[in-house]
Design a protein around this ligand. Structure first.
Ligand code: PLP
Length: 404
C-alpha cells in the first residue's frame, strides 16, 4: 500500500504516445462530463446531442442475421475483403442506386463501419511528411486519423457563405503538392450541407492534378428529404482513378450496433485498405454481412421509412426554433439541424446554458473542428413529441435567439 510519503517521482506506467496526447480535446467527452454532473444534480435531460439512431434494426434484417448465425459455417473468421454474398449485394446496390458499375472482387471491400474504414485508409496513405486536406467543420475521424499516424492536417475553411463546400482553387499549390488525402462528406455531418455532381467533378479534377486520394464519406446517402437524392462521387467520369467512397449501413438501416459498411472505388486504393486491414483484424462477422446484404437488396423498402421519420422530426425542430426567433435553413439530408448560437455565447457556453436552464443537450459546434465555433448541432434522435417537449422547456426557460 502506498503512503503519503512514497509518491513516486516517475510513473511506472508508460505514457500514451505523443501523437495520441497531442490530439485536441474531444469535446464529446467534455459534454459527457457535463451531462453526468447535471444528472448527479437530479436533472432529467433530453439528449439531442448524440448521433446514435434511436430506432431498432428492422425485424426482417434481424431475422436474416439470426438465420445466418444459426449456420455454423458463419462461425469462423470471415474473409478479409468480405463475403461474396455481401460484396455482390453492394455492387447491385451501387449499380441500381447510382448507376456505378463495380467489380465485386477488386473494387469493393466490407468494413466494420465507415469510421473504422476511413481511419484505416488514412493509415494506408498518410506519411509523416504528408498532409490530409480536411474541411474546417468535419466528423471527428476525418481530422483525427492523420495526426494519429503522424501526418499533418490542413483545414479548408467552410462556412454558410460557401454552402459548407471548400474552395479547392484557394488551396496553395505548395500545400496541394504535399497532400495525400482530401476528405469529403456530403451530405455533411454536422451541417446537413449537400454537394452537387458539379462540385464532385471539380474535386476529382483537383485530386487527379495533384495525385491526391479523394475520400468521400457517404454515410447519409439514404437519409435525404423533400425528394433530394444524394449523388455518389463515383458517378463522375474519371473518379474511378482517384476516389474511394465509404458507405455505412448504420443510419440507412438503423444498424449502428452491427458495425457494417463498405468501401467502393479505385482497385489500388481498395488494395491498400485491404493491406492495412489484414494487418489489424478480420472484419465484420459473416452473419452480420448476410443481414447487410439482405438490407441492401431491399434498400428502398427499409431506408425510405427511416428517412421519412427523420424528415418529420426535422420539420418539428425547424418550426420549433423558428418560433423561438432563430433563422433556420432546413437541411435536405442527414439526421442533424445546425444552428448559430445566440450573441454573447460561444459554442460550449451555449451547450452548458441549455443544459442548466432547460435540461436540453445539444452538441457544441466546435466538437467538429474550429470552423464549428459559434454553432451548435441538434440531433434528430427522439420522436417528434419528445422534440416538442424540448421546445416547451426552452420556451418556459425563456430561451430566445438574440440578435446583435
Ligand atoms: C459522417 C459520418 N461518417 C461516418 C460515421 C460512422 O459510421 P459507421 O457507423 O458506419 O462507422 C458517422 C456516424 O455518425 C458519420 O456521421
Amino acid at each position: 500500500m502506498r503512503t503519503r510519503n512514497d509518491t513516486p517521482t516517475t510513473s511506472t506506467t508508460a505514457a500514451p504516445s505523443r501523437r495520441l496526447t497531442a490530439l485536441p480535446t474531444y469535446v464529446f467527452a467534455w459534454l459527457d462530463e457535463l451531462k453526468a454532473e447535471a444528472r448527479a444534480r437530479g436533472a432529467n435531460l433530453l439528449d439531442l446531442g448524440i448521433g446514435n439512431p434511436d430506432q431498432p434494426t428492422p425485424p426482417a434484417i434481424v431475422d436474416a442475421i439470426a438465420r445466418a448465425y444459426a449456420d455454423p459455417r458463419t462461425h469462423g473468421y470471415p474473409p478479409f475483403r468480405g463475403m461474396a454474398r455481401f460484396l455482390g449485394a453492394v455492387t447491385n446496390f451501387m449499380k441500381s442506386r447510382f448507376g456505378v458499375a463495380l467489380d465485386a472482387e477488386r473494387e469493393v471491400l466490407c468494413t466494420s463501419g465507415g469510421k473504422e474504414g476511413i481511419a484505416h485508409l488514412v493509415m494506408a496513405f498518410a506519411d509523416e511528411d504528408s498532409i490530409a486536406l480536411v474541411p474546417s467543420i468535419h466528423y471527428p475521424v476525418h481530422g483525427r486519423a492523420a495526426p494519429l499516424v503522424g501526418a499533418q492536417v490542413e483545414l479548408l475553411p467552410i462556412s454558410p457563405q460557401n454552402g459548407y463546400l471548400p474552395d479547392l482553387d484557394a488551396i496553395p499549390a505548395s500545400v496541394a503538392r504535399k497532400a495525400r488525402l482530401l476528405m469529403l462528406n456530403y451530405p455533411h455531418n454536422p451541417t446537413g450541407a449537400v454537394a452537387s455532381l458539379g462540385f464532385y467533378e471539380e474535386a476529382v479534377a483537383f485530386c487527379a492534378r495533384y495525385g491526391i486520394v479523394l475520400v468521400s464519406d457517404l454515410a447519409y446517402s439514404e437519409i435525404t428529404f423533400d425528394g433530394y437524392i444524394a449523388p455518389s462521387v463515383l458517378e463522375v467520369p474519371g473518379a474511378a482513378e482517384v476516389a474511394v467512397e465509404f458507405h455505412s449501413l448504420s443510419k440507412s438501416f438503423n444498424m449502428a450496433g452491427s458495425r457494417i459498411g463498405f468501401a467502393a472505388g479505385n482497385a489500388e486504393l481498395i488494395d491498400a485498405l485491404y493491406g492495412v486491414r489484414t494487418n489489424m483484424g478480420y472484419g465484420t462477422p459473416a452473419a452480420i454481412q448476410e443481414g447487410g446484404a439482405f438490407a441492401l437488396d431491399h434498400v428502398r423498402e427499409f431506408a425510405r421509412p427511416v428517412a421519412k421519420r427523420y424528415e418529420q422530426r426535422r420539420d418539428v425542430v425547424v418550426e420549433g426554433f423558428r418560433a423561438l426567433g432563430w433563422e433556420v435553413n432546413p437541411p435536405a439530408a442527414t439526421m442533424f439541424v445546425w444552428l448559430r448560437v445566440p450573441t454573447g455565447f460561444d459554442s460550449q457556453g451555449w451547450s452548458r446554458h441549455l443544459i442548466d436552464r432547460a435540461g436540453v443537450v445539444v452538441t457544441p459546434g466546435n466538437a467538429f473542428g474550429p470552423g464549428g465555433e459559434g454553432f451548435f448541432r441538434v440531433s434528430l434522435v427522439a420522436e417528434a413529441d419528445v422534440m416538442g417537449e424540448a421546445f416547451t422547456r426552452m420556451r418556459d426557460a425563456g430561451v430566445r435567439f438574440a440578435r446583435d
